[in-house]
Design a protein around this ligand. Structure first.
Ligand SMILES: NC(=O)c1ccc[n+]([C@@H]2O[C@H](COP(=O)([O-])OP(=O)(O)OC[C@H]3O[C@@H](n4cnc5c(N)ncnc54)[C@H](O)[C@@H]3O)[C@@H](O)[C@H]2O)c1
Length: 439
């Protein structure tokens, strides 16, 4: 294409974005993709979601939300107005101006990044790719992914980045279940392969989101996300280690943290718990350590925090066993009721949940298990289906364990009814009784 033609390409796309006539595509309609689709629909764009999972596209088209932060009433309004539709067919890319890629990026068992979802999504996009498109990767990944892995795939079409098409990385920072910060008001960092790409990406997000933070490259944007999540993972690792130390020397770690948090500068509280969960904090730092290993740098903080956090389910199970022993009941044959199995409070996500590790370890020690979770009606443990029981079952068990501190639980009732409680979240703060054992 001539220079004049490429200038026109950029201007046409800018016009379409600024006038909200751009047809927005979201690939991967999960916890990240669906809320993003809704924000762009709210801003007046026509949004097409593409997902391989037929059940999800059917539910979106029926206005039936499966993401906690998106009420079905909101989704169905946009579907009825024709502003959101979903498909499994990548041929839809032909009619799109922009695409945000929000597919999973798990780790393999060996803790190597699994790029297969991103690669397969891009292979499909490339088949229908055309000039004048903006492509933004949002999946969390190692620094270099956008320019090293995606760019060559799109450039193979003969189109030139920064001229005929625009490529960016923008880390997704959504915090499911957070009532204050959601997709629309979490500042959006975006970095492009070229300055023109960054500008296009920033223009795009500024149409629907409150604050956009442009950075100089895709690598910086990729690294921002890994710094944020590594910071969190390491600080949780530190406080988990402090919790184990406090336990050994008989100090209430929760009281220590609460008092330390009164310092108005230089301290930010993190809290111990039964282990890391979710799709981000336990996984993302290993993207960084995998990448830096190739550059000859061992990510020692990450490895250490990963080890300490990985010990927490064992620590919790030992605490349960000791508490039962003190009550004259061996763990083998005891009835143990788990309160909360999602990986964090007030959400339904079970991915990497430490509750599953705690339950599996208890099962292996011969305990008989039940659970209550208002957000997780059933789960599979070691091939066995378990169903959530009413909270009152905690009162019949030999030990109740608060693993996830959902707001819906009636903690006063639990404290009053249960014979023995192990509280891994300080959910029973202020309730002092010999039958409550805290982390
Ligand atoms: N969930 C979070 O809180 C969160 C927060 C920040 C960042 N992230 C990151 O965002 C990315 C997406 O996470 P998520 O939680 O939304 O995952 P998710 O599993 O909820 O959703 C991903 C969706 O992508 C679909 N998919 C998989 N392969 C596909 C393909 N080739 N083509 C089209 N669709 C495909 C799946 O069917 C699924 O619906 C991950 O990289 C994650 O690390 C997640």
């Amino acid at each position: 294409m001539s220079t004049a033609a490429t200038e026109t390409t950029a201007r046409i796309l800018e016009d379409r974005i600024a006038s909200h006539r751009a047809r927005v595509g979201i690939v991967g309609l999960g916890y990240v993709g669906l809320p993003l689709a809704v924000e762009f629909a709210k801003a007046g764009f026509s949004v097409t979601g593409i997902d391989l999972h037929e059940g999800k596209t059917a539910r979106v088209n029926a206005g039936d939300s499966y993401v906690g932060d998106i009420p079905s009433a909101v989704l169905s309004k946009f579907v009825q107005e024709g502003r959101i539709r979903a498909t499994t067919d990548f041929a839809a890319v032909r009619d799109l101006d922009t695409i945000n890629i929000c597919v999973p990026t798990p780790l393999r068992k060996t803790k190597d990044p699994d790029m297969s979802y991103i690669v397969s999504a891009c292979e499909e996009i490339v088949k229908h790719f055309h000039a004048g498109m903006l492509i933004i990767l949002e999946s969390t990944t190692y620094p270099g992914t956008t320019d090293e892995l995606l760019l060559p795939m799109f450039e193979k079409t003969g189109l030139r980045v920064g001229q005929d098409f625009f490529l960016c990385f923008s880390p997704e920072r959504v915090d499911p279940g957070n009532p204050k910060y959601q997709t629309a008001n979490i500042p959006k960092v975006v970095g492009g392969t070229t300055p023109a790409c960054t500008e296009m990406g920033a223009l795009f997000y500024s149409q629907a989101l409150a604050t956009v933070v442009p950075v100089s490259s895709t690598q910086v944007a990729e690294m921002v996300k890994l710094l944020e999540n590594t910071y969190r993972m390491i600080n949780i690792g530190l406080v988990n280690e402090i919790a184990m130390m406090c336990d050994r020397i008989g100090i209430n770690v929760w009281e220590v943290i609460e008092a330390a948090a009164t310092k108005p500068f230089g301290f930010m509280p993190f809290y111990p718990g039964p282990g890391l969960g979710g799709h981000c904090i336990p996984i993302d730092p290993f993207y960084l350590s995998w990448k830096t290993k190739q550059a000859g740098i061992e990510a020692r903080f990450i490895e250490l925090a990963g080890y300490i956090n990985g010990q927490m389910p064992h620590f919790v199970v030992d605490k349960i066993q000791n508490a039962l022993n003190d009550a004259g009941k061996p763990v083998k044959g005891s009835r143990i009721h788990i309160l909360g199995v999602a990986y964090k409070k007030d959400i339904s996500d079970l991915r990497e949940s430490p509750a599953l590790d705690v339950m599996l370890l208890l099962k292996r020690r011969g305990a008989s298990l039940s659970y209550s979770d208002p957000h997780v009606p059933q789960l599979q443990l070691d091939g066995i289906d378990l169903h959530s029981q009413p909270e009152a079952v905690a009162g019949e068990a030999d030990c109740a364990v608060i693993v996830t501190d959902h707001s819906a639980f009636d903690y006063r009732q639990i404290a009053a009814r249960a014979r023995l409680i192990v509280d891994t979240r300080n959910a029973l703060k202020g309730v002092n009784s010999a039958h409550i054992v805290r982390l």
